[in-house]
Write a new protein. Sequence first.
Length: 151
Amino acid sequence: MRVLVQRVSRAAVTVEGQRVADIGPGLLLLVGVGRRDTAAILERLASRCVNLRIFADDAGRMNRSVHDLGGEILAVSQFTLYGDASSGNRPGFTEAARPDAAMPLFEKFVSLLADKLGRPIATGRFGADMQVELVNDGPVTLWLEAVPDSA
């Protein structure tokens, strides 16, 4: 699983001209589900996202999490995080999970985030052509990735 974490002042998702989600201060998570992802990976990354200390404390140091802040999370499924353009100009997506496998894993990830944050998580619409707007705060953008443990 790959998650692009962006600290935002606000973020929103629009589908077919209709706003389907928006948040105030918090995190925008662009989430790519890999074809070998497991429930253990979802748990690890959900915990890391909620507890990631990238918000300023009273001294101005990045020492607070979205949970500490009382912030919001907007999670958007984005299979293109698994795009591989190393062999040409057209990316391949063979490492991304197929939609029928990715959708329940993404939904489980969102559920884990909600449990850990203690409130609902805003989401885009899985598989839709979405327009994502954000005001990146800082800017602070981090790449998180977890891979299945080797057998």
